[in-house]
Design a protein around this ligand. Structure first.
Ligand code: BGC
Length: 759
């Protein structure tokens, strides 16, 4: 067999480097040597990321002639190729048939789990449990790695305050502090704290930047915001991911200050590399380079040159780099060093992964057979789901249910598999999903009599259904008329002791290109809930959705509401566990629930304005509405438990904090209900006077603690001047001494406060 020269090249490599450190001399020497042999075409080839289209295309274009391009050295990496066999074929082509035998890297959208599907990221963020979130990334990364992948397009850390935007489902909610903790946990989980063994994968933080602020919640729309807001409220999670060592960053589709992120030099070079010290590589989003033609930035050659010069290293799918950079170089529109720099960064990523040493490092069929969809991963999927649910209402302690009597199990999502997985479950298989009906039966056997009725279609609107069903039949339309479905449900309810209605959104009613202007329950389901409420039976709503829904009316009609989001493949088992009290819900909202779309954007850390308004009654010449109060349906941080926690008054170690001193903030939390339970104790501050206007509250810390019934725990937080810093009008990160309020409570509405002065 022909000797492969890449092996010779690799003899010099002894150890792995880690992300965000300066390049090791060995890596530099290796890459200098390799690049000295590369032609211009081969260097540009490294900047090309392709998807063969046979698996999971997410845009309207897929790459052509992939095999031939690999042989020619025209490909740096691939995504959307799933399974060891296919990846091995592609890698073999690269290392055996391309001139310099440079290995490829292989990525995928591992967004919430890989083949074992976890709850959507927005759900997971409601666990406020960083160990669990890190574990979710570790387990997903390990599973993906064992199936041949070494790069995941996650975490998505876009702050979002507009639930009309479908992609709110993919992120960690509205808050920069919570979002930053999640970003760090996810990167550490995927990258195994930068120990790139064959169980760790490269993370790709996205979408850099500000994608979650798309105007009107319409996907891909314009973003325009002040730098002060950007630095204080939107950029911190991306920075946290960079600080944790993310190997890569994905540029976003939107513009920033009038320049699309993908060609925004301020963003990709000045901020990301110079200010934050990022030394990994930047990949565009799907055909985002080409899309700058539609943005009005010029033809393909122009936009490709702009992107490269701005600091973009890799072009996803569009092949603008591949087809135009050589010409631009000839015409003096870009410099050789621009290409060299981008190529070096891609090669460095491959080196750090250890692919030059062993291009087949991730490609072991036996390992895949053992790891993919293994029982331990299924158990993690269930654990994550249980911790993600948020109990929004529990009147008369309707929950937990008793394992006796008759339950009417109603609703279009009560016996559904496909929609459990949620959006962006590209490698998930709904065959493995456990519907609620099955989960309840698994748990209670025949101790409970279950009468099932679908009750309604997810939607009855044919035009809407067609748009949602693009990836398969998520919304099925029953043969029976809507009236007959409701009647069946009411009949079932009348026979039961309690009604459990599983309602909400189909998986692709949220996610990419799934914005909604009306985020209420579809009409068909509103009618169902109304009819069920009229029966007078205790009514438990289990709501599956990818976003906050404006369900004020339904919350009033129901006795209890458990918001489960799209909970992944173990949804049914996890929901059963919570409904029957095997797990006491502990989730807290990472996002504000509006009462009406007219209140959007609505978020807890808003400014006070010059005419603040407090209360429910309209007040002329105050900042309020004629037709609705300012209050949300549920505030950020909110979530109930089957037990009850009470808080002592917040106590400060001192009311005057001298420079360099620490402030201790203490509360006693008592579980005075009937169940053991977990509580997320939240610390907020308010900076009373600033050189710029400051939010009415800002999350500064949280602790998730377990307290047995009847017991109390003291919770202590420490605050320093450093925690109170913010970006001022000159974008300097500063601390301003003065008066502060400190709050500790169960959610962002807390009034448990104390005053202090930081000198
Ligand atoms: C999405 C990204 C995703 C990429 C690759 C794009 O449409 O915006 O989040 O990673 O496709 O599938």
């Amino acid at each position: 067999m022909k000797r492969i020269s890449f092996l010779l090249l690799c003899l010099t490599i002894a150890c792995f480097a880690v992300a965000q450190t300066s390049p090791s001399p060995k890596m530099k020497a290796f890459i200098d040597n390799l690049m000295s042999k590369m032609t211009l075409e081969e260097k540009i080839g490294q900047l090309n990321l392709v998807t063969p289209g046979s698996d999971i295309p997410t845009g309207s274009v897929v790459s052509k002639g992939v095999e031939d391009n690999i042989r020619k050295g025209n490909v740096g990496g691939m995504f959307g190729v799933i399974g060891v066999e296919k990846i091995k074929n592609a890698q073999t082509l690269a290392v055996k048939e391309s001139r310099l035998h440079i290995p490829l890297f292989f990525g995928s959208d591992v967004i919430h789990g890989y083949k074992t599907t976890f709850p959507i990221p927005l759900a997971l963020s409601c666990s406020w449990d960083m160990n669990l979130i890190e574990k979710s990334a570790r387990v997903a990364g390990t599973e993906a790695a064992s199936d041949g992948l070494c790069w995941v397009f996650s975490p998505m850390v876009d702050i979002a305050r507009d639930p009309r935007w479908g992609r709110i489902a993919e992120g960690g909610g509205e808050d920069a502090y919570l979002g930053s903790q999640i970003a760090k946990a996810m990167v550490n989980g995927y990258q195994n704290h930068n120990q790139f063994t064959n169980a760790a994968v490269m993370a790709c933080v996205k979408h850099f930047a500000l994608y979650g602020a798309a105007e009107a919640g319409r996907d891909y729309n314009t973003v325009d915001m002040s730098k002060v807001r950007m630095y204080n409220e939107y950029l911190p999670p991306y920075k946290a991911a960079v600080d944790a060592g993310t190997a890569s960053v994905m540029s976003s589709f939107n513009e920033i200050d009038g320049i699309p992120a993908t060609a925004n030099q301020w963003l990709l070079t000045d901020l990301l590399r110079k200010q934050w010290g990022f030394n990994g590589f930047v990949v565009s989003d799907y055909t985002a380079v080409n899309e700058m033609i539609a943005h009005g930035m010029g033809d393909l050659q122009t936009v490709s040159a702009l992107a490269l010069k701005a600091g973009l290293d890799m072009d996803m799918v569009g092949e603008g780099f591949l087809t135009t950079l050589k010409k631009s170089l000839r015409e003096g529109k870009i410099r050789q060093q621009d290409i060299d720099m981008a190529c070096r960064r891609i090669l460095e990523a491959k080196y750090k992964l250890g692919l030059f040493e062993n291009p087949f490092k991730y490609l072991d069929e036996n390992r895949a057979a053992k790891e993919v969809l293994s029982a331990d991963k299924k158990a993690v999927a269930k654990e994550l789901a249980e911790h993600s649910f948020v109990l929004l209402k529990n009147a008369q302690q309707t929950l937990p249910l008793q394992q006796k009597g008759t339950i009417a199990l109603i609703g279009p999502l009560a016996n559904d598999k496909r929609n459990m997985l949620g959006t962006w479950s590209v490698s998930g298989n709904s065959e493995y999903a456990i519907p609620v009906m099955e989960g309840i039966k698994n748990l209670v056997g025949d101790k409970v009599n279950i009468v099932y009725a679908k009750g309604a279609n997810i939607s009855d609107d044919p035009a809407f259904i067609k748009k949602v069903n693009v990836f398969g039949e998520e919304i099925t339309v029953d043969q029976k008329s809507p009236e007959a479905l409701v009647k069946e449900a009411v009949d079932a309810a009348n026979k039961a002791d309690v009604v459990v209605a599983v309602i909400g959104e189909a998986a692709d009613m949220s996610g990419e290109s799934a914005s909604r202007s009306d985020i209420s329950l579809p009409h068909s389901q509103q009618k169902l809930v109304e009819a069920l409420a009229k029966t007078g039976k205790p009514l438990v709503l289990v709501v599956m959705a990818g976003r906050p829904l404006t369900i004020g009316k339904e919350v009033e009609q129901a006795s209890s509401v458990l918001y489960t989001w799209h909970a992944g493949q173990e949804a049914g088992n996890a929901i059963a566990d919570v409904l029957f009290g095997n797990y006491n819900p502990s989730g807290k909202l990472s996002i504000t629930f509006p009462k009406s779309v007219g209140q959007i954007p609505i978020y807890y850390n808003h400014k006070n304005t010059g005419r603040p308004y407090n209360g429910e009654v309209f007040s002329k010449f105050k900042s309020n509405y004629l037709d609705i109060s300012n209050q949300p349906l549920f505030p950020f941080g909110y979530g109930l438990s089957y037990t009850h926690f009470s808080y002592s008054k917040v106590e400060l170690s001192s009311s005057v904090v001298k420079p360099n001193e620490k402030l201790q903030v203490k509360v006693m939390v008592t579980n005075n209900g009937n169940y053991d339970g977990e509580e997320v104790v939240q610390l907020y501050t308010r900076d009373m006077v600033g050189s710029i206007t400051r939010p009415v509250k800002e999350l500064k810390g949280f602790q998730k603690i377990f307290i047995k019934k009847g017991e109390s725990k003291e919770v202590v937080f420490t605050l320093t001047a450093n925690d109170l810093k913010f970006y001022n009008n000159n974008l300097k990160y500063i601390f301003e001494p003065g008066a502060f309020k400190v709050f500790v409570g169960p959610d962002s509405d807390t009034t448990n406060e104390a005053d202090c002065t930081f000198q």
